[in-house]
Design a protein around this ligand. Structure first.
Ligand code: ZN
Ligand code: ZN
Length: 157
């Protein structure tokens, strides 16, 4: 089965933390794995509702929290105080460039960002845990900006 490995990771995590293993939680996992890009808890909830899922809003919220605790999802904040998630599973580490006008998000991977946070930690007497790094800018091409062509953008509006 597709995503079996992710399901196993989640099942073990729930078991070890003495969290209940419910079909609803796995339904949230499946939907999150299918979601392309970055999403808020409500985006996922609405999507699931539209597919006639009976999962409650509270379950979506707390399951996303659990999924980020076991690293299947990453939590992001793009400067608008809205927590967004994205799948971490089988995905390369990357950072984000965000347009302050239209909210378009572009992902990039810079090799320097793989080493720099750990080096800074090391030199200041910390053990590295995680880092967050966003660049804010404006689309140069007005067409790209206004079009709101990215899927993400439509969903978050
Ligand atoms: Zn991303
Ligand atoms: Zn823009």
């Amino acid at each position: 089965m597709k995503n079996q490995q992710a399901r196993d990771i989640f099942r073990n995590y729930l078991k070890n933390g003495k969290n209940r293993i419910t079909p609803e939680r796995f339904e949230v996992l499946e939907s999150a794995l299918e979601y392309e890009g970055h999403f808020g808890a409500d985006d996922l909830y609405i999507l699931m509702k539209n597919k006639k899922s009976r999962v409650s809003r509270a379950t979506v919220y707390n399951t996303l929290e659990l999924l980020s605790q076991c690293d299947l999802l990453s939590k992001r904040n793009f400067g608008d105080n809205l927590t967004r998630y994205e799948i971490n599973y089988k995905k390369q580490t990357h950072d984000h460039l965000i347009c302050v006008d239209c909210g378009r998000i572009v992902e990039f991977t810079e090799t320097i960002m793989k080493k720099l946070p750990e080096e800074i930690c090391d030199s200041l007497g910390f053990n590295f845990e995680s880092y967050s790094f966003n660049i804010f800018g404006r689309c140069k091409e007005p067409r790209t900006c206004k079009a709101g062509s990215s899927k993400e953008n439509k969903i978050n509006k």
